[in-house]
Structure formats: C-alpha cells, structure tokens
Design a protein around this ligand. Sequence first.
Ligand SMILES: NC(=O)C1=CN([C@@H]2O[C@H](COP(=O)(O)OP(=O)(O)OC[C@H]3O[C@@H](n4cnc5c(N)ncnc54)[C@H](O)[C@@H]3O)[C@@H](O)[C@H]2O)C=CC1
Ligand SMILES: O=C(CO)COP(=O)(O)O
Length: 338
Amino acid sequence: MAPVEPVRRVAVLGAGSWGTTFAKVLADAGTEVRLWARRREVADEINAERRNGGYLPGVELPEGLRATDDAAEAVHGADAVVLAVPSQTLRENLAGWQPVLPPEATLVSLAKGVELSTLHRMSQVIGEVADVPMDRVAVVSGPNLAVEIAAEQPTATVVACPDHDRAVAFQRACSTSYFRPYTNVDLIGIELSGACKNVIALACGMAVGLGFGDNTASSLITRGLAETTRLGVALGAEPMTFAGLAGLGDLVATCMSPLSRNRTFGERLGRGETVAEAQRAAHGQVAEGVKSCSSIRQLAARYGVEMPIADVVHRVCHEGLAPAPAAVELLGRERKPE
Ligand SMILES: NC(=O)C1=CN([C@@H]2O[C@H](COP(=O)(O)OP(=O)(O)OC[C@H]3O[C@@H](n4cnc5c(N)ncnc54)[C@H](O)[C@@H]3O)[C@@H](O)[C@H]2O)C=CC1
Ligand SMILES: O=C(CO)COP(=O)(O)O
C-alpha cells in the first residue's frame, strides 16, 4: 500500500450543526477547509458574517473557514471529503457528488445511522456509491454534541478507518486544544455504536418525559449498551469498542444531555406528544434514531439478536405504542441473569 499523504485540505459537505462545527475544528487545527452549504444564503452568511445563525446561534466561526454552495468547488483538490448530511439522504447526496470527488481523497462519514432501505452502515453506503475500497473510508464518532464543541468545551472522539495510517493522517488534521481524536480500525463497532446510541437516547428521553429519574436512565444506558454490543459482535465488531468513546462515551453523552436532539425527541413523546408534533418541534434538525430504530430492529432480526429497547422504541415511533405501556413491557420481560 502506498504511504498516506498528510491531510492538508478538507471539504466538509453539509453545513448543519455538526458539519459547521467540524469545519471549525478543522480550521482551528490549521487545516485548510471548505464548507458546502445546501442553501446559498447559509454560505453567504458564513463568508460575510462568520456565523451560521440557523444552526449555531452565537458562535463565531474562524476567519479561515470558507463556505460555498458549489460542491465541485468545495471538493476541488481536497485530501479528505467529510460527509455531514443525514444518514437517510447520504446515498442520494453522495451520488450527486461522486463525479467530482478527488480520486485519492479519504471519505469521512460524520453521520450516525443505518440506512433504512438497505440496512447498510454509512461506510458501506459510501463504499458502494463512491466505488472506493473500504480502506479509503473513515468515520468520526464519539461524545460530540456540536453545540458544546462549537463553544470549545474539551472532548475526545474516535477517527476510525481500516487503514490505520489514513486514520492517523486524519487524526492530525482535526486535533485541537479542545478536540482530542483517538484512532481505531473497528469501523463496524464505531458505526453501530453511533447509530444505536441515538435509539437508546430516544428511550431515555421517553423515560424523562414520563417523569422517571436517573436510576431509570442508567438502567436503559447499561442494558442499551448490552444490546448494542450483542448486535455489533454478531456483525463482526470488536466487543471492547463498545466500552470506548464512540460506545459508552457517546451513549452517556446523548442519553443524559438535554442538548441531544434524540433525547429531546423522546422526552416529547414521553410527555404525550405525537411523532409529528415532536418532529415539528425539531425545526428540521435530524433525530437519526427515529428512522434508525427501524433499520436496527430489522438488522437485529436478521442476525437473530435480541434488542428489546430498540424494539419498543420502533413500536412507539412507528406503530402507535404509548411510552408508558412500553416501559411496563420492558420491565415485565422474562426474568434472566445479567
Ligand atoms: N449535531 C450533533 O451534535 C452531531 C451530529 N452527528 C451526526 O451528523 C449527521 C448530520 O447531523 P447534523 O449536522 O447535526 O444535522 P442537521 O440537521 O443540523 O444538518 C443536516 C445538514 O445536511 C444538509 N442536507 C443536505 N441534503 C439534505 C437532505 N436531502 N435532507 C436533509 N438535509 C440535507 C442540511 O442542509 C444540513 O446542512 C447526523 O447523522 C448526526 O447524527 C454526529 C455527531 C454530533
Ligand atoms: O451524536 C451526537 C452527540 O455525540 C448528537 O446527538 P443528537 O443527534 O441526539 O443531538
């Protein structure tokens, strides 16, 4: 394998809360970065006023961060292309960008979900659509609530890539005084952790909305980690990955933080709102677990893995089960050893 070149120039495609924040991290790390926004007015606001008020109110973006609504311009000459769009639209977005992708660039996914139509992880979708070998695909995942990172609060994360050298090159490109990336080669474990924690956060939110306290949340986190690990191991992941930053770390952050869109969505359901009402209140920001609960449940069925929390979250979100009976059902399951 040829040695991996340093990552000097990066395109971030998607200027929502995480894409914009991650572009700031890269710029703060001294990496040249170009951010693609779907809407021209968002790109103009970033360039003229150094802010993205719709997603990150009050955050001043670095001088060097340039935005454009032209994807070809954003990716031109990039050593890495970061994909920061929702999981369920990534395939369609990437198909549009595929003709202009630089041939040797590392393709990096920030999305945390499992595609509904195929049950594929994001790295698989990228490999298929961009027609690249998996050692050119990387994932960034960890306890990374965008709003906290945009405020430069310290956190750690994981850069996962089957090609360790490529992971190290990207790790360098996004290391700052407040953002500390570790490397990992277990793409399956890192991606499943990120997708499943959103579903468990929906369950935690429902518990909060029902008026339950920290014992309930901790029980859901711990049993959620157990069912995530069961699925991951069945799919070929390393069990220890689930105890790491992208596993337990992100699960705790998302389940416990009122900043999480998934937990907030679940909390609204727990308080008696409908899915449509919770969706309206999200103002267009994505709560990935609402769709991934269904794909993850189907994956679990395909691999013969029991995932009782993902199962009830799916039934609350898509089959009209109310959160209160869902809780009764979880507690009333057959008694078993831990
Ligand atoms: N916000 C956060 O704290 C974090 C988010 N993530 C993940 O990053 C991914 C992106 O999330 P965010 O930036 O937070 O989402 P967001 O909802 O804030 O923004 C999504 C972005 O994708 C763009 N987009 C392009 N094509 C789209 C389409 N067809 N439909 C909808 N949007 C489209 C939107 O214009 C927007 O700029 C998600 O998978 C999320 O789970 C991961 C870590 C942290
Ligand atoms: O992935 C996240 C934190 O790591 C963000 O979670 P939400 O999408 O629930 O806001």
